[in-house]
Design a protein around this ligand. Structure first.
Ligand SMILES: Cc1ncc(COP(=O)(O)O)c(C=O)c1O
Length: 496
């Protein structure tokens, strides 16, 4: 640790700042999983990863398409004749076929109610890279962006860390389903002004991570009027646009813009509106790092394109995606089958929770639920939320994410991801929750509905100590004992 600190004095402020957010509980849960990952046969008592918003439910459909279309890759015998061309391509506008296919896909993901112009598509390394480039275009260090809470924890990293902007919370509460109100918007804006922060914009994730809800048309109109009144930018992260599995339908800001642009009563300036998109969620391809910035502002498109040199999508990936996304029939089937599978998984998971009297915020989108465990807190405090969270990781062995890491103002909410695992693992997670809420019979785990675990699970023993946690086993590197196994981990050393 001492050596690392000495070495850090040679580095930049950005490199050594803690604005990355890695010290938040969100990452601590991942460390716990990394140390003891669940595996059905090799580590059946390990931690199940429910903190990862990844969609693994429909990758088989993409695999089948690849098997039928070997020419789509330049690294196969069938596709190698395009290898030289594509491997040499490096224009930061991107392959036209790719931009065209992505623009079409963005339209399909929004029910074809709106179209997108390939000339406005700017590439980024995932939504992460695309959103950082956008912030670099819109603001200077110290400027502020309003963000409704609870929000995706990595916004602190993606939007704030290297750009030096500040995120100003808009407080949303459970009493109205965490909806953004005009009053909350105005109050956050006033707070920023009172703190001498120059507000450059408003950033929302719609559908929301972590809530799994979509914004209604009226709310979107309120946001649009608000940013026009204040003459600030509106950034809509629509990364879950097609990850919708229930009514109401998703409404994109692009639809609202289209509507309001032609409304003389409500004039809006399209140049203030920017959309962040990615294929990480809707296609389940986070490893491909396909991020898109779509801006209605020509100057932003032009400067962001120059910045995109730092996070381009490889031409091999562009080429492959241009092929698969141009297959209209495949895309339509993929989107509807993916929604169907998500709906089924969501139902199994939420019904399993309901059997234990655990409710979630009603949701229609995303890869997670916003689980309400407020009644399990001894007191409604964030300290008690941490106590419960540690118990869930250490004893129940589920890595869920506490609401505090999403800047939620009410203690007791947890985000639980449900699409990054197979059916059997979901059942095991539900059985562990069942045991946790006190229905286990003696030492033997009796599963829900008297179903039996598969043989590899029969050794699972859950015991919940009345002692809630032990100082020596805390997960956080900030408060961890030097003797903890985590202290030896190069991963943690590199991060502290
Ligand atoms: C709301 C939101 N924005 C951005 C991202 C980052 O996505 P990407 O993998 O495309 O960088 C995520 C990932 O979880 C997200 O949930």
């Amino acid at each position: 640790m001492v050596i690392l600190r000495e070495k850090q004095t040679l580095l930049s402020k950005i490199a050594t700042s803690d604005q990355h957010g890695e010290n938040s509980p969100y990452f601590d849960g991942w460390k716990a999983y990394d140390q003891d990952p669940f595996h059905p046969t090799q580590n059946p008592n390990g931690v199940i990863q429910m903190g990862l918003a990844e969609n693994q439910l429909s990758l088989d459909l993409i695999e089948k398409w690849i098997a039928k279309n070997p020419k789509s890759s330049i690294c196969t015998i069938d596709g190698v004749d395009r290898f030289k061309d594509i491997a040499n391509f490096q224009d930061y506008h991107g392959l036209y076929k790719f931009r065209e296919a992505i623009a079409n896909f963005m339209g399909k993901a929004r029910g074809n109610r709106v179209t997108f112009d390939p000339e406005r598509i700017v590439m980024g390394g995932g939504a992460t890279g695309a959103s950082e480039s956008l912030i670099f275009c819109l603001a200077d260090p110290g400027d502020g962006f309003l963000v409704p809470t609870p929000y995706y924890p990595a916004f602190d990293r993606d939007l704030r860390w290297r750009t030096g902007v500040q995120l100003v919370p808009i407080t949303c509460k459970s009493s109205n389903g965490f909806k953004i109100t005009q009053e909350a918007l105005e109050s956050a804006y006033e707070d920023a002004i009172a703190s001498n922060i120059k507000v450059k914009g408003l950033i929302v994730a719609n559908p929301s991570n972590p809530l799994g809800t979509t914004m209604d048309r009226e709310t979107l109109k309120t946001l649009m009027s608000f940013i026009n009144d204040k003459n600030i930018h509106l950034v809509c992260d629509e990364i879950y646009a097609a990850t919708i599995f229930n009514t109401p339908d998703f409404v994109s800001i692009s639809e609202v813009l289209q509507e309001m642009e032609h409304d003389p009563m409500n004039p809006v300036n399209p140049e203030l509106v920017h959309i962040i998109y990615s294929l990480s969620k809707d296609m389940g391809l986070p490893g491909f790092r396909v991020g898109i910035l779509y801006s209605y502002n020509d100057a932003v498109v032009s400067s962001a394109r120059k910045m995109s040199s730092f996070g381009l999508i490889s031409s091999q990936t562009q080429y492959f995606l241009a092929s698969i996304l141009s297959d209209e029939e495949f895309v339509m089937n993929f989107l509807s089958e993916n929604s169907r599978r998500l709906a089924k998984r969501h139902k199994v998971f939420t019904q399993g929770l309901e059997e234990e009297n655990i409710t979630c915020l009603p949701s229609n989108a995303g890869l997670f639920v916003w689980m309400d465990l407020r009644r399990l807190l001894k007191e409604p405090t964030f300290d008690e939320e941490m106590v419960l969270w540690r118990l869930i990781i250490k004893d129940v062995k589920l890595n869920v994410s506490p609401g505090s890491s999403f800047h939620c103002v009410e203690p007791g909410w947890f985000r639980v991801c449900f699409a990054n695992m197979d059916d059997q693992t979901v059942e095991i997670a539900l059985d562990r929750i069942h045991a946790f809420v006190g229905k286990e019979k003696g030492n033997e785990v009796v599963t829900r509905n008297n179903k039996r675990h598969k043989p590899f699970e029969k050794n699972l023993r859950l015991s919940f100590s009345s002692r809630l946690y032990d100082e020596n086993t805390l997960m956080s590197p900030r408060i961890m004992s030097p003797h903890s196994p985590f202290a030896q981990s190069p991963l943690v050393q590199a991060r502290t």
